[in-house]
Design a protein around this ligand. Structure first.
Ligand SMILES: NC(=O)C1=CN([C@@H]2O[C@H](COP(=O)(O)OP(=O)(O)OC[C@H]3O[C@@H](n4cnc5c(N)ncnc54)[C@H](OP(=O)(O)O)[C@@H]3O)[C@@H](O)[C@H]2O)C=CC1
Ligand SMILES: O=C(CO)[C@H](O)[C@H](O)COP(=O)(O)O
Length: 471
């Protein structure tokens, strides 16, 4: 009997937990995985009256109510295309495929058009929250045809995280908009994590604090304006002892080399294509890349002299670091939301920036108190071009920039790498400074390539016959 509300393909971490979340909310869920043993494992370990496992794709599809809703929770990239091609001959016009993985938004735009021609509706849905979020309420960013959204809205809203009565799920825009917003969410996640990692280096190597103290500092910060999921888990991480009774904390035993699956890098590449400066996200990507060069780093550590700087830090050091972190965090979000601003125009998505910030308030990795301020900023001025110019953020930058400068100088003198903090300050100064040297660049371009320049004292396009004074 075709009475299942939705079918999920992909029973790994995300798919299985979303399936259980939907089942908890009263939806009848059909579960399928390419490798049958995984479906079996999920059914055995977490049986649920609303969850049924299938071991044959045709049977799985026949179990679904019309229009059939098939959600893909599988590895992004080629697997999504191959599963779509497997599904097409078995689906009817009006059926719906929902891709809830971290697909690249341009792939989603392509797949959306491809399936539209076949009469199948396609939703590219960004989902954030990891395993726990998927199980108990993630932040959900659906993109696709607005008229068809009614077919997926009740399920997505029900399973999403909630702030009071409000679901952390909102229709984002046409075709690839949902996956675009998720991609940049992850880019901001990279910058946020990088800033916290640099804060850790500062507190440890400049402040000289041990893990117990670090845990306490992050725990305290999490009670104030920095309150966020990432600050909270960082406090937990420093408190975690090593496994199997080994002395010390686990964090000190983890190799200093970070992985990445691609969403941060896509964000960075996309920013160059759109001509938007998101230097902090790019710095975070580069630092993960550099962290993997273990041999080269070892060689550099033994061959490049470290600076000698022994000054003791003042009593207000921890507070200065906290203020710097908050100011730099503002810039990371200002950069991410500038990218949304440009994409909204470029792709005609009419993104609602305030609403996007509001669905990040719970469920997702970057969930934070702070996001309310972003929503408020766009409520006050929906045409805000850069978050830095909102009164609240502007005041904060003005109040905290001296701390940011002090902390950066301290780190530089001590030889501690702080690429994200530095990029934040560079971004502020490049905006604030009356001159950023572009006049000289234009002169050089005109000198060697007749690329022309504009003048400050009259309108028009100019070229100069530059003299070789020194040849
Ligand atoms: N893990 C996380 O915290 C988050 C993940 N995501 C995204 O959600 C999606 C699912 O993530 P996750 O649960 O971690 O799983 P993985 O990204 O590890 O992918 C594993 C799943 O993909 C399936 N798969 C791989 N290749 C194929 C193929 N060619 N055909 C059919 N199925 C295939 C696997 O099936 P099989 O068992 O047969 O190999 C398995 O079900 C990904 O796009 C991920 O980027 C989004 C937010 C958070
Ligand atoms: O989407 C996510 C969270 O929002 C995933 O956890 C993603 O894997 C994180 O990115 P990376 O693996 O590149 O650190």
């Amino acid at each position: 009997m075709a009475d299942m509300d939705i079918g999920i393909i992909g029973m790994a971490v995300m798919g299985s937990n979303l399936a259980l979340n939907m089942a908890d909310h009263g939806f009848k869920v059909a579960a399928y995985n390419r490798t049958a043993s995984l479906t079996k494992e999920v059914m055995e370990k977490t049986p649920h009256k609303n969850l049924q496992g299938f071991y044959d794709l045709a049977e799985f599809l026949h179990s679904l109510k019309s229009p059939r809703r098939v959600m893909l929770m599988i590895k992004a990239g080629k697997p999504v295309d191959s599963v779509i091609d497997e599904l097409i001959p078995q689906l009817d016009k009006g059926d719906i495929i929902i891709d809830g993985g971290n697909s690249f938004f341009e792939d989603t735009i392509r797949r959306y058009k491809y399936l539209q021609e076949k009469g199948i509706n396609y939703f590219g849905v960004g989902i954030s929250g990891g395993e726990k979020g998927a199980r108990f309420g993630p932040s959900i960013m659906p993109g696709g045809n607005k008229d068809e959204y009614k077919h997926v809205q009740p399920i997505l809203e029900a399973i999403s995280a909630h702030v009071g009565e409000e679901p952390c799920c909102t229709y984002i825009g046409d075709n690839g908009a949902g996956h675009y917003v998720k991609m940049v969410h992850n880019g901001i996640e990279y910058a946020d994590m990088q800033l916290i990692a640099e804060t850790y280096l500062l507190l440890r190597h400049v402040g000289g604090f041990d893990n117990k103290k670090l845990s306490q500092i992050f725990h305290d910060w999490n009670k104030g304006e920095l309150h966020s999921y990432l600050i909270g888990i960082t406090a937990d991480i420093f408190a975690e002892n090593d496994e199997n009774g080994q002395p010390g904390q686990l964090v000190d035993k983890i190799l200093d080399s970070a992985g990445q699956k691609g969403t941060g890098r896509w964000t960075s590449i996309q920013s160059l294509k759109q001509g938007v400066d998101i230097s902090m996200i790019t710095a975070a990507c580069n630092t993960r890349v550099l962290s993997n060069l273990l041999e080269e780093r070892k060689k550099a550590a033994s061959e490049i002299t470290a600076p000698v700087y022994d000054d003791k830090v003042g009593e207000d050091f921890i507070e200065e670091v906290r203020k710097s972190l908050y100011a730099a965090k503002i810039i990371a979000y200002a950069q991410g939301f500038s990218l949304y601003n440009s994409a909204s125009e470029k792709y005609g998505w009419h993104l609602d920036f305030g609403k996007i910030a509001s669905i990040f308030r719970a469920g997702c990795i970057i969930q934070a108190e702070f996001l309310n301020k972003i929503t408020e900023a766009y409520k006050k001025n929906k045409n805000l071009t850069n978050l830095m110019f909102d009164e609240f953020f502007l005041n904060n930058i003005n109040e905290n920039q001296s701390s940011l400068r002090n902390i950066i100088c301290l780190a530089i003198r001590k030889g501690i790498p702080i690429p994200a903090f530095s990029s934040a300050l560079q971004y502020i100064d490049a905006h604030r400074s009356p001159q950023i040297g572009a006049n000289l660049i234009q002169a050089q371009r005109d000198y060697f390539g007749a690329h022309t320049y504009a003048r400050i004292d009259k309108d028009g396009v100019f070229h100069h016959k530059w003299q070789e004074h020194y040849n």
